[in-house]
Design a binder for this molecule. Sequence first.
Ligand code: SF4
Length: 625
Amino acid sequence: MPGGFHGRILRVNLTAGELGEEHPPEITYRRYMGGSAMSLYFLLRDHVPGMDPLGPQNRLVFMSSVISGAPLVGLTRYTVAARSPLTGAFGEAEAGGYWGPELKRAGFDGIIIEGVSPKPVYLWIKDGRAEVRDAARLHGQDTGRVQTWIREELGDPRVRVAQCGPAGERLVRYACVLNELKHANGRTGMGAVMGSKNLRAVAVRGTQSLPMAEPERVRMLSRRLVERIGPSPLGESLKKYGTPMFVMALQKAGILPTRNFQAGRFEGAENISAQAVNETILESSKGCYACAVRCKRSVSAKGKYSVSPEYGGPEYETLAALGSACGVKDLEAVAYGNELCNRWGLDTISTGACIAFAMECVEKGVLSETETDGLDLAFGNAEAMVEMIRKIAFREGFGDVLAEGVRLAAETIGRGAERFALHVKGQELPMHDPRGKHGVALGYATSPTGADHIEAPHDTAFLTENLMLKSMNPAGVLEPVTAFGLTPQKVRHFVHTQQIWNFYNSLGVCNFAAVPYTAFTLGLLAEAVEAIIGWDTSVYELMELGERTITMGRMFNVREGFTTQYDDLPERLFEPLEPGTPSEMRLCRDEFHDALNLYYEAMGWDRDTGIPRKGRLAYLGLDWL
Ligand code: SF4
């Protein structure tokens, strides 16, 4: 094998209690490279369509990439993938931290898990060996306690633990997988799939160093990347404020999701802003493996809500989901909500979105206090928001209804509740309102995982001839776009940038460490692949990987019965945001559908069915599909 990866995939059958290995040939690694695409390769190859996402046949894949774990800025991410219990479509989520690089140091590139263990277990991987261990005493416990117990049992405080929480054990459909208590494979319910297998955790420890094709070139590249982060204004802001800096940016643009997307300006925005975080609850900035950006937050509070720094701190998405979307301006309550989600293994976005949905049902008289277990679920009620998180995690009372996600909860509630259930393909909207950046509408509609805010860089970053736009030039993105409108130029822009962020998902590259935000240019990424692995590659090959990733996600969904009718948005997003909002912010349904049709054609997909054409599949080396 060349440098960078091991050629070893661990296979685990929990029903039979068997462990084995698969050794894909180099050409498979070259075609799919890791993360999202490599996971899709295994799922499409091994899955029988139509299986129960929470049944034994669903494969749960943990996948790093051919370059992740190399000592370079931002190469930290790994993917967890399966058929999603939230959407029934392709499910995946990426996470940073240290777990992915540790798996590589432990001698494996990925893990494929199938079956269901008859009793709670965890998987222990160290330096090329793996075993399934009893986890009976871990069942039902907080993530913090589980991590401590596993480290004590294994006698090594440096063991890295990825786990589902009690929410995953209870099959909450948007339960996440969490590593180191704070880095989440957040979306699409991968924690529920893990819980359905009676697999509480995957603990890894590696002491091997990763072979590099050209170690000196990797070292030089590392120095160059660190130098590039220093003067980058956005890199500087990310380090100082982290993603919470987006709260005020979106508030100023009039698109901070407020009270379940009923408004775009929140009167309490300053209370939950990055400034407020830094001045009141910030303990320190944190980073992921080998990353000099250090955009992660660690917070604490000792007032009415006691918040521990070991669970990290709220990112922008969490501040908006548990804050403005629920009308809550109590920052400590939001930080505490973030801790509870991490303690119990819940995706903070879907959790906040489900609570905001219930709050609007109450506001519009669709739900009564009796139905919400006596909780006053009024917008702005921080205590009710916090208590609802507990009820969801433990499926208690009305929490059992919300644990199903907004689509199914609305069906259960009835009485027109679906008007307030904001989702795409069953996944709750992230905290970005496409009415203020119309390209995001295409991302929400076409992402195979349902509404996803990191499907492509948002169009508002490319309004002028700025550095961000220039960083995309090598991919053919040359001209600024406007935030509003879905012109052919916008569709072209989206197609290219979607490919970039999808190859990041397959290479395990962090979006905040690469273009358009910081150090890693497209050219430098190609150079990193060459230096780490020894392959002669190009930006072209990486862009093609991005298109391959998108197309495989589409094929997964086609097999599961998803048609173009699912590439749609909730009705609310076609309505005016609030009185006084500029008319150009309105998303026009006809223009949206024209843009979608153009997108299908640009991707080589059939315009009526949305199915990739045979010629395009062949071009991408996917004719086997
Ligand atoms: S940019 Fe932030 S999230 Fe990304 S790898 Fe670095 S520290 Fe982690």
